[in-house]
Unconditional design. Structure first.
Length: 445
């Protein structure tokens, strides 16, 4: 972000930001309009791979678009018998007829009548399954993180590029109205030069521990070797099966689940996709329950455009969460945690040394949608329709969706670097020429 050579006075600041907010956000940008799409009368046949907790959410979202976008879930696939049976019942209720139920994804990908697959399996299998789907010629909606092993994320991306399939990564905030409005404010230059971005998202509780399914599953009702995917063989472990986010071989925990959303927003807002360096720290400081991954985590990422990102999460305290994009002209303040629609634009106005009352004099404005009255909420669920609607639209138009495979690869790089830095205890660098994580800044001896 570069500052205007003439600067911006207070009236210009508020007027420009208000104009951006008032004119830039129109709901058709979220891709919920359907009638004008070529081939709109052809039904999209979907298969869902991974019908667990988040899978149930995606089934619900797809069902709410079944009429407007002419889609149907025709196949469900989960290694665990219980999840398959639940998915059949659920989708029968949504569509009036039962989907096919299969255990193994290879059978799904061989089906000629499947147009697109939803992938909501455990994190270690996202990229490997995405690669297989692309090689089978299937469009895909893949949950985040797109990958947590660099070589696998790269292979998944490359397979998608080669096959020219339409892939939407599940960083859904790129399609939601309030982030779209905030994005336009940032891109308008209203913040001036941004030097630092602070992200603090907290939660009080033993996140991802205590899943009821751990006591329900029997080894004979699933396929443990297939669940392991590319990981080494080991005895069946129901805790690892359902609480995989606590075990470092399968997930990085906080970076994979929370930071992936946060850093994807940074990449999008700032148009800067790969950090030059990352250093991370943390530990198991709140919940000593056998978990391997940190429950308290912090990462610092530097980006080529010249700004620093600080990301922090604690599972031992629910202190108010926030994100701040700090520019020389203004701060964009997102009040609340992940997905909060409440964005406030606050002008810069001197320093506390010059004026002790400066905070009271700063002009500010909440970012709202056209015609909206009152403050936006501070939270939202994970059931917004716009992101999947955008994928359906792009499956028909063959245009790229809001969260492309390139965006997914970028957030996977940042989060993988953060996880590796945490475990190795040192600063790491990204080499864009070789697309590798290295110990020294590229070009240095």
């Amino acid at each position: 972000m570069s500052e205007s050579s003439q600067g911006m006075n207070r009236r210009d600041f508020l007027g420009k930001s208000a104009a951006v907010v008032a004119t830039s956000v129109v709901l058709p940008r979220t891709a919920l309009s359907y009638e004008n799409i070529v081939g709109a009368n052809d039904r999209i046949a979907l298969a869902h791979i991974g019908n667990g907790s988040r899978g149930g959410d995606l089934d619900l979202i797809a069902s709410k678009l079944k009429t407007s976008h002419n889609v149907e879930m025709t196949t469900v696939c989960d290694l665990w018998k219980v999840n398959r049976e639940k998915a059949v019942v659920t989708n029968t209720g949504y569509y009036g007829r039962a989907p096919r139920a299969v255990q193994h994804l290879e059978e799904v990908l061989a089906m000629k009548d499947i147009d697109g697959v939803l992938i909501s399996t455990p994190e270690h299998s996202h990229s490997p399954i995405l690669k297989l789907a692309a090689e089978a010629g299937k469009d895909a909606y893949v949950e985040k993180p797109m990958g947590n092993v660099l070589s696998e994320a790269k292979a998944g991306r490359d397979a998608v590029i080669k096959a020219k399939t339409i892939v939407q990564v599940g960083t859904q905030h790129r399609s939601e109205p309030y982030p779209l409005a905030a994005y336009d404010v940032v891109r308008s230059g209203a913040l001036g030069d941004v030097s630092k971005i602070e992200i603090v998202w907290n939660y009080h509780g033993p996140r991802w521990r205590g899943r009821e399914e751990v006591k329900q599953i029997r080894e004979q009702d699933t396929d443990w070797s297939k669940w392991l995917m590319n990981k080494p063989s080991r005895p069946f472990d129901p805790q690892m099966y359902f609480e995989f986010r606590l075990y470092k071989e399968f997930s990085s925990g906080i970076p994979d689940q929370w930071m992936s959303h946060a850093i994807d927003m940074v990449h999008w807002f700032m148009d800067d996709n790969y950090p030059t360096s990352v250093i991370a720290h943390g530990g198991v400081l709140a919940w000593h329950d056998g978990r391997q991954n940190a429950d308290t985590f912090q990462a610092l990422l530097e980006y080529p455009k010249g700004f620093l990102v600080s990301y922090s999460t604690s599972f031992g305290n629910d202190a108010p969460s926030f994100t701040r994009y700090m520019g020389k002209k203004a701060t964009l303040f997102n009040i609340g945690g992940e997905g909060s629609p409440r964005y406030q634009l606050i002008e810069e106005l001197g320093t506390h040394e010059d004026d002790a009352e400066v905070d009271e004099k700063r002009k500010s404005k909440y970012i709202s949608l056209p015609g909206e009255k009152g403050l936006p909420p501070m939270g939202i669920d994970d059931l917004s329709l716009e992101h999947m609607g955008n994928w359906f639209d792009c499956m028909r138009s063959r245009q790229q969706p809001h969260a492309t495979v390139h965006a997914g690869f970028a957030h996977s790089v940042a989060c993988t670097m953060a996880a590796q830095s945490y475990w190795l205890g040192r600063k790491l660098y990204w080499d864009p020429a070789t697309e590798t994580i290295v110990d020294k800044a590229p070009g240095r001896a």
